[in-house]
Structure formats: structure tokens, C-alpha cells
Write a protein that binds this ligand. Structure first.
Ligand SMILES: C[C@@]1(CC(=O)O)C2=NC(=C\c3[nH]c(c(CCC(=O)O)c3CC(=O)O)Cc3[nH]c(c(CC(=O)O)c3CCC(=O)O)/C=C3\N/C(=C\2)[C@@H](CCC(=O)O)[C@]3(C)CC(=O)O)/[C@H]1CCC(=O)O
Ligand SMILES: NC(=O)c1ccc[n+]([C@@H]2O[C@H](COP(=O)([O-])OP(=O)(O)OC[C@H]3O[C@@H](n4cnc5c(N)ncnc54)[C@H](O)[C@@H]3O)[C@@H](O)[C@H]2O)c1
Length: 231
């Protein structure tokens, strides 16, 4: 991938096809279920975790080898259309067949053993609430991507979740009360000077936040934001 375009995709209630039922398929299925996708798996065998998901009705399974003919019945009987597909078998020829079929249907596909054929690849991810940091090496070294994500994890602790929820709350508050767009933007920038992360870590955030919102209610302007830096 020479110059891929990074996006965050809303897959809630969207159908995703996974061909293969091994460890790699399981990793992709888990992440997609967490993101709210509806999963169809085509595979003659499954890991025990995928078996459990099937028993609990969390995925739809076609327990057989992949065939293009099967695809038309999968699509017509259960799902209107797949948003994405992932070819995750251990058979390169089968993965290539999935690639060709999906390309013909115009469905973006990830081929787990042939990054160069993939329309999209999956990065290593660090999440802290609304904060999402994605690390990719463009397939050069997936384990390096994972290692780098682990290093980033050490610098971005759990306090970032509360921090971003708070920034989002203040931002909405200001959006409702300050009409001047340039002023709003200056305020949003100025907020980043607050040492909220330290306050969350030390436990003094609750009181500080109450006082800040009270002051902002009295005077929703940049001076109030500035007054609460270093306080
Ligand atoms: C990030 C992560 C996300 C995920 O899969 O969910 C992911 N691979 C992860 C782990 C991982 N993958 C592999 C190992 C074994 C060690 C090693 O080989 O290094 C480990 C390490 C481990 O398991 O710890 C082997 C491997 N991976 C690919 C090939 C094929 C090839 O290179 O040809 C082979 C060789 C297979 C073989 O030859 O046997 C291909 C891809 N793997 C990608 C993503 C995409 C590029 C990402 C990027 O570089 O930006 C891409 C191109 C396609 C894709 O899958 O989307 C996930 C970490 C999740 C986490 O953060 O916990
Ligand atoms: N992208 C990645 O992150 C990554 C990581 C490790 C390995 N890999 C590559 O991915 C491949 C899969 O890895 P794995 O550990 O999940 O393998 P695995 O052997 O655990 O599982 C392979 C799965 O493919 C299924 N399968 C085989 N032929 C099929 C067919 N014709 N139709 C449908 N399903 C079929 C099998 O039933 C099995 O469930 C590896 O061969 C390797 O090349 C990719």
C-alpha cells in the first residue's frame, strides 16, 4: 500500500463476510462485533471461540468450503449486501478467489495473506474511550505495528477517556452559548492548555470541573477559559 487513505468506518448493523474460521478470522470477527457489525462466516471448521459465537447466535455460519455459487444464496437469503469482506483462510488460492469475486461485486476486501490485493488492511489500535490511535506499517511488519501500539499505550493512560469526554462536554456547552465562530475556535484551542490530565490523576478534577462550569455559565468567554489554566 503506497499511500492509503485512513478512515474510521461506521459498521453498525452492516453485514461483513468472513471466509475462514481460524485464529486470524476470530481476531477480525471480535473487532467487527465490538464495532456492531453483523457477521457471516463461511468455513468448514471453526476455532472453539467462533463455535461459541455461533451457538450464541452472534454470527451466521455456512459450515462449508467457499464457493462463488454459495455467495449468491448467502446474499439473497440473509443479507442484502456486504459492506466489507475478509478472506482469512489458510489457502492462498481460496483467498485469491474471494478477492476476484468481491472485486467483481465491488465489495472492498481484505486478504489476510496478500496485502497487495487488499482494498483495506486493519491497523493495530489503542483505545481510550473516544480516543483511538491506529498504528499501521502498511503491511511491512504487522508485529512492529503491534509493538509500537503497545509503546503508545504506555503514554496514553485511562485518564484520556475522561479527558476527552470532558472536552466534548465543554465543547458542546460552548457551541450552544458562543455565537462567534472565531471566538469558539480560540476557546477550543485555549482549553488544551488546561492540565486536566494531571487533575484526573490526582483526584482534584471533580471540584475543578464544577467551578469551571459555574464560571463559564457566568461568563462564557476566552478569559474564563484562560483563568482556569494553571488553576
Ligand atoms: C495489526 C493487526 C490487526 C488485525 O489483524 O486485527 C494485523 N496483524 C496483526 C498481528 C499479526 N499479524 C501477523 C503476526 C505474526 C508475526 C508476523 O508475521 O509479523 C502478527 C502478530 C501477532 O499475532 O501478535 C502475521 C501477518 N500479518 C499479515 C501477514 C500477511 C503478509 O504479510 O503477507 C502476516 C504473515 C502471515 C504468515 O506469513 O504466516 C498481514 C496483515 N496484518 C495486518 C494487521 C495488516 C497490516 C498491518 C500493518 O502492518 O499496518 C495486514 C497486511 C492485513 C490485515 O490483516 O489487515 C494484528 C495486531 C493486532 C493487535 O494489535 O493486537
Ligand atoms: N493478517 C494477519 O494478521 C495474519 C496473521 C497471521 C497469519 N496470517 C495468514 O492468514 C492465514 C490464516 O491464518 P489462521 O491462523 O487463521 O489459519 P488457520 O489454519 O487457523 O485457519 C484457517 C481457516 O480457513 C478455513 N478454510 C480453509 N479452506 C477453506 C475454504 N476453501 N473455504 C472456507 N474456509 C476455508 C479453515 O477451515 C480454517 O478455519 C495464514 O495462512 C497466514 O497466511 C495473517
Amino acid at each position: 500500500m503506497r499511500h492509503p487513505y485512513p478512515i474510521l468506518l461506521d459498521v453498525r448493523n452492516q453485514h461483513v463476510l468472513i471466509v475462514g474460521g481460524g485464529a486470524v478470522a476470530l481476531r477480525k470477527v471480535r473487532a467487527l462485533l465490538e464495532a456492531g457489525a453483523k457477521i457471516t462466516v463461511i468455513s468448514p471448521t471453526l476455532t472453539s471461540e467462533l463455535e461459541d459465537l455461533e451457538v450464541r447466535g452472534e454470527i451466521v455460519l455456512f459450515r462449508q468450503n467457499y464457493q462463488a455459487e454459495l455467495l449468491s444464496s448467502v446474499v439473497s437469503s440473509r443479507t442484502p449486501r456486504f459492506l466489507l469482506a475478509i478472506a482469512a483462510t489458510n489457502d492462498q488460492a481460496v483467498n485469491h478467489l474471494v478477492y476476484e469475486d468481491m472485486a467483481a461485486l465491488g465489495i472492498p476486501v481484505n486478504i489476510v495473506d496478500q496485502p497487495e490485493l487488499s482494498r483495506f488492511i486493519v491497523p493495530s489500535v489503542v483505545r481510550r474511550g473516544k480516543l483511538l490511535i491506529a498504528v499501521s506499517t502498511g503491511g511491512a511488519s504487522p508485529s512492529a505495528a503491534r509493538r509500537i501500539a503497545k509503546e503508545i499505550e504506555l503514554s496514553y493512560g485511562d485518564e484520556y477517556e475522561m479527558y476527552l469526554d470532558f472536552l466534548s462536554e465543554v465543547r458542546q456547552y460552548v457551541q450552544q452559548r458562543v455565537d462567534d465562530k472565531t471566538m469558539r475556535q480560540r476557546m477550543f484551542k485555549e482549553m488544551l492548555e488546561w492540565d486536566v490530565l494531571d487533575k484526573i490523576r490526582s483526584g482534584s478534577f471533580g471540584i475543578w470541573k464544577q467551578e469551571m462550569f459555574a464560571a463559564l455559565a457566568r461568563k462564557p468567554d476566552i478569559e474564563t477559559i484562560q483563568a482556569f489554566s494553571g488553576r
